[in-house]
Design a protein around this ligand. Structure first.
Ligand code: FE2
Length: 142
């Protein structure tokens, strides 16, 4: 059973972004699953690192996309991305303390999945709306 699952409500209308979000859902789901297994700290820390790396990669891609689209709220959006990256880094440090990794993993999976869902539905959807409006305006004026 998948605990953190992407579905159509999270689509922002651009495949490359949706695919990145699907991958983030899948990494967060892997973190949740660690709860059920008797895993070593190394394995947990490896998935936290994967989450951090992929989040950094995705945010930079998304920010470049917004810049290309001349999205006016890019600065604010970037600040929210940075806050989340800082949050993952602080959990990562906590997870490095001996015996803490699995507890931190569950906490991070929980907080991270809530953050991601809300971020997509509220914040990412704003650039979808902006681009949609720009396209409609361009179609009307051409
Ligand atoms: Fe975003």
């Amino acid at each position: 059973m998948t605990i953190v699952q992407w579905d159509d409500q999270y689509s922002v209308g651009f495949d490359h972004i949706d695919n990145d979000h699907k991958k983030l859902f899948s990494i967060l789901d892997s973190l949740y699953r660690l709860m059920a297994d008797n895993v070593q700290d190394d394995e947990v820390n490896c998935i936290i690192q994967e989450l951090l790396d992929y989040t950094i990669y995705h945010f930079s891609e998304e920010e470049r996309f917004m810049a290309d689209m001349q999205y006016p709220d890019l600065f604010q959006h970037r600040r929210r991305h940075k806050e989340f990256i800082d949050q993952i880094i602080s959990y990562q440090k906590e997870a490095a303390i001996e015996g803490m990794a699995i507890f931190v993993a569950v906490k991070l999976a929980n907080i991270g999945s809530h953050w991601l869902k809300e971020h997509i539905l509220v914040i990412d959807k704003r650039y979808e709306q902006f681009i949609h409006t720009q396209n409609n305006l361009a179609a009307v004026s051409s």
